[in-house]
Design a protein around this ligand. Structure first.
Ligand SMILES: Nc1ncnc2c1ncn2[C@@H]1O[C@H](COP(=O)(O)OP(=O)(O)OP(=O)(O)O)[C@@H](O)[C@H]1O
Length: 659
């Protein structure tokens, strides 16, 4: 018995000083501290197998200790404290554990060589101290033996049966759900107030005498018209009174009461004026020039358009309106803004990033951030403009709370992508939608006509286009036609081929047709000149072939026809292309050349499904009824030969040009 007792005692005590490395598999509710000396005496009575657990051999312990001091340079004192701390924990665990490891058997012989009481006196003294402290504790502080038994039972069951303890059901905490990226990002969109409006909402501008400065009304009526467009009506009815009252109540914090504004309105519906009027109304009386409104647009052509609109309606005010001219050097513009800070700045995102990084101006006084053609802006990184802008806003604005700047997000094809909208940090957003069930609405007076071309005739598509252009000119003399193709190369090729066919008189056509094509092989300045000539050409007999660079926002109200020579790739692109005509409540025609069943299916199943049309507007129809269409598609053989020769001539000219 003696040896058992000694053994057991030895193991426990060596455990006490060893830093056993294994973690106990079972958590311990260890309440009243146990007295090892008691166990040693009990061991003989209960005849429980001696606990052999995690006792590192004294010899190894000494090595471990020297390793620590050698390698890590920890002081003896520190490593001692560490190992003592571990030993306490291990000791607690060891008493509860019934596992055995062969490693410990090998340890026993080494540890029995030295007298026990001298080596572990510090640990045993500490236990005596804790025992005396516990004696001093009131009885209530001690846990009854039986709960300990329960713990032990549970733990022992746990070790042997290895069945997991039944856990309580997980509480799905809503706040935790919101932390899931896939949900919280859509919160802003989900919680936004949706305000539907009808396309019949038209009012006289004089109706807004209470909300708009009279100079402003006078400018609008003289430069635009006396009547509002629906999107302007709904915004002037809902947002303008709120803006005026919040601004007069608290000029510093008015933005928060108003919240952010998102508008999904069809092309040519007057969105520019819809956001320009509130800006001028609120900022018209400011005295010191500071950047108070930034209007972001995706293309340079749009900058000029928005600038013209703002300049017209802000006449008579001292507002400084400036546009970033990409043709100017950045340094030049930087100095200009440093010395003459604009109140309203119209700029592309990339250029804004440049100026923010050069500190051309600060955003301390910014009150409005307008995104025109917002889906385009949010779809392209433009030098990571979003992060750079919001970083500078966070730095410059003294009022750090959400809603310190009113964001006005406008598009005819507003994105519903919550992730993209999330990056705008919307505050109390209101979304203005037409009353249609579908996402994109087409202008009320837009007529869509489809030309179904059999695949066998696809080779003669350019010739068929020329015939259609001829027909349009014949039927409406003042026509201005914008032809969309899919790429720069297509624009160059088609333009050259049409001009060659006109020159060779392939069809009896009025060759005064002003024909030009926009593409990136000529300079931006030349492109802009072509657009200007196209927009201002007196004889109105003009055809412009372009890529989608002309599809966004370009406001040339005299365009009578848009021809999708190559189909757009998305319904958004379709809306923007067709939206170059039928603007500002004028009539317009969009003609779609659909080659083969594939393109016909694509148009009906991909492009048409997202579109809504005014109930009393036009529905898509065939460009020609069948008989006339077959006449159009019929190409006499001699004409086919001349057409093929024309192509060969062009190809040889191109090859010569390349040589
Ligand atoms: N109240 C109005 N009365 C008459 N003309 C207007 C009015 N509001 C805007 N316009 C004109 O309507 C045309 C289209 O306006 P605007 O370019 O703002 O449309 P939009 O909705 O921005 O189109 P897009 O989506 O293609 O950019 C412009 O020529 C503008 O001058």
């Amino acid at each position: 018995m003696q040896s058992d007792e000694m053994r057991c005692d030895a193991i426990i005590k060596t455990k006490a000083v060893s830093g056993a490395r294994k973690q106990q598999p079972i958590d311990r509710m260890f309440a009243a501290r146990f007295d090892p000396t008691k166990i040693a005496t009990n061991a003989t009575e209960t005849a429980a197998p001696p606990v052999k657990e995690f006792a590192l051999p004294q010899k190894r312990r000494r090595e471990t200790k020297s390793d620590e001091t050698g390698d890590e340079g920890t002081s003896d004192q520190e490593s001692d404290e560490e190992s003592d701390k571990e030993s306490d924990e291990q000791l607690d665990d060891a008493v509860e554990t019934h596992g055995e490891t062969s490693e410990n058997e090998a340890n026993q012989s080494e540890t029995s060589e030295q007298p026990l009481d001298t080596r572990h006196s510090s640990v045993l003294n500490r236990f005596q101290q804790t025992l005396s402290l516990q004696d001093a504790l009131s009885s209530s502080d001690k846990v009854e033996r039986n709960t300990e038994e329960e713990d032990k039972d549970v733990s022992s069951k746990d070790v042997h049966s290895l069945t997991p303890i039944p856990q309580p059901a997980r509480v799905t905490d809503r706040s935790m759900r919101l932390l899931d990226p896939s949900t919280y990002k859509s919160t802003a969109w989900d919680t936004a107030t949706k305000i539907h409006y009808s396309s019949t909402m038209i009012k006289d501008f004089n109706h807004y005498k209470q909300d708009l400065d009279e100079r402003l009304i006078k400018n609008i009526i003289s430069d635009f018209s006396a009547e509002t467009f629906p999107i302007q009506t709904i915004l002037f009815d809902t947002v303008l009174p709120l803006l005026n009252s919040s601004f007069s109540a608290n000029k510093k914090r008015f933005t928060r009461q108003v919240g952010d504004i998102l508008v999904n309105a069809s092309t040519g519906s007057g969105k520019t004026l819809a956001y320009a009027v509130p800006l001028v109304q609120i900022l018209r009386n400011r005295t010191v020039n500071r950047v108070r409104a930034i209007i972001l647009v995706p293309t340079k052509i749009l900058i000029h358009q928005v600038y013209d609109c703002l300049s017209k309606i802000s006449q008579g005010t001292s507002l400084s309106i400036s546009m970033s001219k990409l043709e100017n050097s950045l340094k030049e513009e930087h100095n200009k803004f440093l010395h003459n800070c604009p109140d309203i700045l119209i700029i592309t995102p990339g250029r804004l990033v440049d100026h923010l990084q050069m500190n051309s101006f600060d955003l301390k006084s910014l009150k409005f951030l307008v995104l025109d053609e917002a889906d385009r802006l949010l779809n392209q990184s433009f030098q990571n403009w979003n992060q750079v802008l919001f970083h500078h806003l966070a730095e410059d604005k003294q009022d750090k709370r959400p809603g310190n700047v009113i964001k006005m997000v406008f598009s005819a094809t507003l994105t519903t992508n919550a992730e993209k909208l999330y990056n705008l940090h919307l505050h109390n957003p209101k979304i203005f939608l037409t009353d249609s069930v579908k996402l994109y609405s087409l202008p009320k007076k837009l007529q869509e006509l489809n030309v179904n071309i059999p695949t066998a005739k696809s080779l003669f598509k350019p010739l068929l286009l020329l015939k259609i252009l001829h027909d349009i000119k014949t039927s409406s003399s003042n026509s201005k036609i914008l032809v969309f193709v899919k790429s720069n190369e297509a624009s160059i090729r088609l333009g050259s081929l049409l001009q060659a066919m006109l020159k060779l008189k392939l069809i009896d056509s009025d060759d005064s047709m002003f024909l030009s094509s926009i593409h990136s092989n000529i300079s931006k300045g030349s492109n802009r000149k072509l657009i200007h000539e196209f927009a201002s050409s007196e004889d109105m007999k003009s055809v412009l072939i372009s890529t989608d660079i002309m599809s966004r926002g370009i406001d040339i109200t005299e365009i009578t026809h848009v021809i999708n020579y190559d189909l757009p790739i998305s319904s958004q692109q379709y809306v923007h292309r067709c939206g170059r005509t039928a603007r500002a409540t004028t009539e317009g025609v969009a003609i779609n050349l659909l080659v083969g069943k594939g393109e016909q299916r694509f148009w009906s199943s991909h492009l048409d499904t997202d579109l809504s049309r005014d109930v009393d507007g036009y529905q898509p129809s065939a460009y020609l009824e069948d008989e006339k269409l077959s006449q159009l598609l019929h190409i006499e053989s001699h004409l086919q030969d001349r057409y093929k020769n024309c192509i060969k001539e062009l190809q040889s000219n191109n090859e010569e040009g390349i040589k």
